[in-house]
Design a protein. Structure first.
Ligand code: ASP
Ligand code: MG
Length: 477
């Protein structure tokens, strides 16, 4: 029943497709990715990341400029330029693409980086980093245009869509503005030239990761932010055209796996997952999606598909592979996946020192906010409170001193958080019994359950984490 409602009017469905760094990392990858767009006329907008490794290289370039290492900065610039020249040459062996746009951006990049040396501010970092996406978009757009005469490729700079605040390097999008920009700048490009007679399909290609503040300065959404860009764009489109119902994230893995394949051998891919489960997974360290990606989609009927751009025959494989993230699922309560987060620190506050317990947590949270600590889990009793967060072992002693004004403080680290994620997992019969049987003999430091119906998490010593996750995977997944 619910699936049926998702599939009605499927022919009117419009898609935003995002291609990550490895999907545009070489000439072959770019051509393969562009063919996915050519083969699916439902794709109206394409969001492209920088080519693999480029944002790291640009960060190095920025650091070299910042510390006045001019000659090393020059070699870094040349390395980045040459890597893209090579991709362009390699594409040209297959198809003759137009290079003018790409060369323009490469020279703009050169003129820009030459302007800066030493003591640079974060806005300059975002400006330098933005060239990764700007160059890859230019290459992708030219390639796509050359592959099909049925498509009319248009480039719209993401700064004309993604409006953000001024928090350079981790900017926050302003959704109301994005909705307006989408309506004024993006939708007209998608809709013009879509002519029934000549069957031309307009495809707009834009940069992931970058945006602009209201002053028109370039900002970025934080590392890995292209997924988030794509989600913000489809959300903006959906507000004006409800047919924008599918976001495709093309990557280099076969979808979302039951756990990290680097830790467990026989993982398999999940074909379908609820958006809430996927959000838990994204936050808990499954590195497939940027953690914020699903937030703009949480209250609308937009599904996400995660596929591998390296599949040989996308049409055929797409039907059987990859992961759909949906808002409505038919499946009964079940256990779907495991996530592991190392380097967890637990702070326990006990023997509260202030006589009144009112406002105790408010004080604690304001101190945590001051130290920019984001809590993952919390458990509390009448006389003590423990919370976990991700940290390196060097805990800030000022934080501990401040907390000590309110309570006795105990810090434990080298812990791992294992999360069991599933559809209404807390309703799976005897779920805790099943888990605890497998964990027999291990010391469990804390259990977190109940806040979300999709997640049961527990803390154990880091040294047992891999062993436990393998046991759980073979017994309950
Ligand atoms: N190119 C950016 C990065 O490497 C954004 C992205 O790839 O999503 O962080
Ligand atoms: Mg990514």
């Amino acid at each position: 029943m619910t699936n049926y409602s998702i599939n009605i009017n499927i022919t009117d469905e419009k898609i935003v497709a995002k291609f990550g760094g490895t999907s545009v990392g070489t000439a072959e990858a770019i051509i393969r990715s562009a063919k996915i767009v050519v083969n699916n006329s439902k794709i109206k907008v394409v969001v492209v990341s920088a080519t693999a490794g480029t944002t790291n290289a640009l960060t190095e370039l920025f650091n070299l400029l910042n510390t006045s290492q001019t000659s090393q900065a020059k070699s870094k610039f040349l390395e980045i330029k040459e890597r893209h020249q090579k991709i362009i040459e390699d594409i040209s062996k297959h198809i003759s693409i137009k290079k003018k746009e790409i060369q323009n951006i490469l020279s703009e990049f050169e003129q820009t980086y030459l302007k800066y040396e030493s003591n640079l501010t974060p806005d300059i970092k975002d400006l330098i980093l933005s060239f990764g996406e700007r160059i890859s978009v230019a290459i992708f757009a030219s390639t796509l245009q050359e592959l099909s005469t049925k498509i009319k490729v248009k480039h719209l700079l993401a700064t004309k869509i993604i409006c953000t605040d001024e928090n350079f390097t981790e900017a926050n999008p302003i959704s109301e503005k994005i909705s307006i920009y989408v309506k004024e700048n993006l939708l007209p490009l998608i809709n013009e030239d879509n002519n029934e007679n000549n069957k031309t399909n307009s495809v707009v290609v834009t940069e992931g990761f970058i945006g602009s503040n209201e002053k028109g300065e370039i900002t970025t959404l934080g590392r890995g932010g292209s997924d988030y860009s794509a989600a913000l764009i489809i959300r903006g489109l959906y507000e004006h055209d409800k047919n924008f119902r599918l976001l495709e994230i093309w990557t280099d893995v076969d979808g979302i796996a039951t756990t990290d394949p680097k830790i467990v051998n026989n993982v398999h891919n999940i074909s379908e997952v609820h958006i809430n489960e996927a959000a838990e997974l994204a936050f808990l360290g499954a590195k497939i999606l940027h953690p914020l990606t699903l937030i703009p989609l949480s209250d609308v009927n937009i599904s996400v598909y995660v596929g591998n751009s390296f599949w040989s025959d996308n049409e055929k494989e797409r039907a059987t592979k990859g992961t759909f993230i949906r808002k409505e699922l038919n499946s009964p309560p079940l256990i779907r996946a495991l996530a592991l987060r190392n380097s967890q620190t637990v702070i326990t506050l006990s023997r509260v020192k202030k006589p009144s317990s009112y406002g105790f947590l408010a004080h604690v949270f304001s101190i945590l906010t001051k130290y920019k600590i984001s809590i993952d889990n919390i458990t509390t009793s009448e006389i003590s409170t423990s919370f976990t967060y991700y940290d390196n072992p060097n805990i800030d002693t000022n934080l501990i001193n401040e907390l000590s004004k309110y309570a006795d403080v105990k810090v434990e680290n080298s812990l791992s958080l294992i999360s069991i994620i599933g559809h209404k997992i807390t309703k799976v019969p005897d779920i805790l019994l099943k888990i605890f049987k497998i964990l027999e003999g291990y010391h469990i430091r804390a259990v977190f359950m109940g806040a979300s119906e999709n997640n049961i998490s527990f803390l154990i010593s880091e040294k047992h984490a891999v062993e436990i996750i393998n046991k759980l995977h073979s017994r309950i997944i």
